[in-house]
Design a protein around this ligand. Structure first.
Ligand code: ZN
Length: 332
């Protein structure tokens, strides 16, 4: 087969996931390397370049086989220059990631935010398939988001478009968020937020719960456990899930009322709860929605798991380097 490959790279705090992907979006080969955060993340770009070279060698291929590299990085990205202002969990500050990777690999590189590339991955091959207008939200340790309208990711004027996690949900007395504000939806509906709500409930009420029994013996609580117990009828677990889905439903309804998307895709670790999350979320969401926006709208759980990022990175290469090469290109 002579068709050229796309490379997707997803830089996370613990591992860097990479893949060679064909032009139909199928993964040909994928691999992971640990994220070396030493020296303020200095080695990360060269480690990515080395691992691509090494994997090409292992597969008996040369760089001629590659069209380009699409990279997802944490934090807001200046998509015009491909540089990262600050990525706190990697130690990066003012890092010209695109230029560095282009120099190291001699291949064209496109950089975008990690949640944005995951949104593109889901649009291309996952739950958003065939939709050009979608909201993607990842509920993990924090909350990330990507907004795609007419097939284009919304970056905004400062690259902070799609920061769904920082929609304010509690106006007075909310919990502090990593962004410096208080009461963001991230402090409520992320995995950490859910556990925080449980501990708040345990200390402010006497409601009996399996969660209280476990907490009392120092058993580590997790959002997964809360959903499992909610499914088994635990009252306190259900009270917390009701609060989580109320605020998340409200935030997503606000976005939907403004954007009228076709799909809302929920990903990240918390989304593994499936229907236990989706059903109460839909109920609250529909209370706040402008009725016409419900027409043709689907709320769904993401289907690509942690492959969404590398597939989205590959999509960026296909869309921005291959299909729009001759057009004006905001990325290059
Ligand atoms: Zn915040």
């Amino acid at each position: 087969m002579s068709e050229k490959w796309l490379v997707g790279v997803d830089i996370g705090g613990t591992t860097i996931k990479s893949a060679f992907v064909d032009q139909e979006g199928e993964i040909i080969h994928k691999w992971e390397i640990p994220t070396n955060k030493n020296n303020k993340g200095y080695y990360i770009p060269s480690n990515i370049a080395k691992s691509i070279n090494q994997t090409l060698n292992e597969l008996g291929q040369s760089k001629n086989k590659i069209i380009g590299i699409g990279v997802g990085a944490p934090g807001p990205v200046d998509y015009k220059t491909g540089s990262i202002d600050v990525a706190v969990n990697l130690g990066w500050e003012n890092l010209p990631l695109r230029d560095l990777l282009q120099d190291l690999t001699s291949l064209p590189v496109i950089v975008d935010n990690d949640a944005n590339i995951a949104a593109m991955g889901e649009m291309w091959k996952g739950a958003g398939k065939e939709s050009r207008n979608l909201l993607f939200v990842t509920l993990g340790t924090g909350i990330g988001g990507g907004i795609i309208i007419n097939g284009e990711i919304i970056h905004g004027i400062s690259g902070a478009g799609g920061e769904i996690g920082h929609i304010t949900s509690i106006i007075d007395g909310g919990s502090p968020c990593n962004c410096g504000k208080t009461g963001c939806i991230e402090t409520i509906a992320s995995a950490t937020g859910i556990v925080r709500l449980v501990t708040e409930e345990l200390s402010s009420t006497h409601m009996p719960s399996k969660l209280r029994d476990l907490y009392d013996i120092d058993y580590p609580l997790s959002s997964e456990l809360v959903f499992n117990l909610a499914g088994k009828g635990d009252e306190l677990a259900n009270k917390v899930i009701d609060k989580v889905t109320l605020y998340l439903g409200l935030a997503l309804a606000h976005l939907t009322n403004g954007l009228n998307p076709e799909k809302i895709i929920i990903g990240g670790g918390v989304s593994k709860a499936g229907e236990l999350l989706l059903l109460p979320l839909k109920e609250h969401f529909e209370r706040f929605i402008f009725p016409r926006s419900l027409k043709g709208l689907e709320l769904a759980i993401a289907t690509l798991g942690n492959e969404a990022g590398v597939i989205g990175g590959a999509w960026l290469v296909k869309e921005k380097l291959l299909n729009q090469r001759k057009n004006e290109n905001v990325y290059l």
